[in-house]
Design a protein around this ligand. Structure first.
Ligand code: NAD
Length: 276
């Protein structure tokens, strides 16, 4: 079922719906990820920068699930760019997670001012070759960054995780992904809960389907072909955000939601973001 999983460009299967844990503390992550796995999520999105890889790993190991049924993503932080630094950063993440491998390892930001994401990417290629990450990808990369990776290394990222929601739909970048076999993963898929979910168009569609605006937005992501990783630490919302399989948006609903795009980011612009 292509609404449930996506085949990445190296053949690895990834769930389309995952659970994000940005701004969730290490201890809180144990509880939240445990609740998410109980609710049926089979993909967890963390990062070295989130400071909760230990908690995420603990919850994944504690779950009564075979390791190969949970898809774990983590990310390389900006201070760890460069070939050798990247190899070291990966070892640290894997040790904190206390897992034998991760499913997906991402370069968190391209860091254009440092300009060594190509060397970083070669390190990820090696990590993938060793089987310690089943797939490797990037986050917040723009078209020129993606083109440079392909030209200089020949390895196309499996995934580009980017800010994406109905107010910021990034059509050109998504078209580039589609043309090059890169899966589109949406971060802040609910617009961080900051206003988007109060949009009257979403309210009208939600009422028509007897679902919440958050469920409508997540269903829009899945029907648009995106991977989405909503975050919540509220038990009822964790469940709500996973309950998407028993309704379908019409083509008209999809067009109305597509038309909400206002080309406005909530997060930083990757071309200018160089914090480490
Ligand atoms: P999100 O769009 O998932 O929104 C989460 C917020 O929306 C919650 O904190 C809550 O306030 C609200 N919310 C959640 N469920 C709701 C519901 N059912 N009803 C009403 N309100 C609800 O925001 P996010 O956390 O920024 O993004 C999700 C994940 O994406 C992160 O946890 C992280 O894993 C990832 N992310 C990655 C990057 C990156 O640079 N790669 C950047 C930001 C986020």
């Amino acid at each position: 079922n292509t609404l449930q999983t996506v085949a990445l460009n190296n053949g690895v299967t990834m769930p389309r719906l995952g659970f994000g844990v940005w701004q969730v503390g290490d201890d809180e992550a144990v509880t939240a990820v445990g609740l998410a796995l109980d609710a049926g999520y089979r993909s967890i999105d963390t990062a070295s920068a989130y400071g909760n890889e230990r908690g995420v790993g603990r919850a994944v190991r504690a779950a009564d699930l075979p390791r190969d049924e949970v898809f774990v993503t983590t990310k390389l932080w900006n201070a760890d760019h460069g070939h050798d630094a990247a190899l070291k950063a990966f070892d640290t993440s894997l040790a904190k997670l206390d897992l034998e491998y991760v499913d997906l390892y991402l370069v968190h930001w391209p860091m254009p001012a440092r300009d060594d994401y190509v060397d970083t990417w070669r390190a990820l290629e090696r990590i993938a070759g060793e089987g310690r990450a089943r797939a490797v990808g990037v986050s917040n990369f723009a078209v020129p960054h993606l083109e440079r990776l392909a030209a200089e290394t020949g390895l196309v990222p499996a995934v580009n995780q980017i800010e994406l929601h109905p107010y910021f739909t990034q059509p050109e970048l998504r078209a580039h992904h589609a043309a090059h076999g890169i899966a589109t993963e949406a971060w802040s898929p609910l617009g961080q809960g900051r206003g988007l979910l109060d949009d009257p168009v979403l309210g009208r569609i939600a009422a028509a389907h007897d679902r919440s605006p958050a469920q409508v937005v997540l269903r829009w992501h899945l029907q648009s072909g995106n991977i989405a990783i909503p975050k919540s630490v509220t038990p009822s919302r964790i469940k709500e955000n996973h309950a998407l399989s028993d309704f379908t948006l019409t083509l008209e609903d999809m067009d109305s939601i597509d038309a909400l795009d206002r080309d406005t980011r909530y997060g930083p612009d990757p071309l200018r973001f160089n914090a480490s």
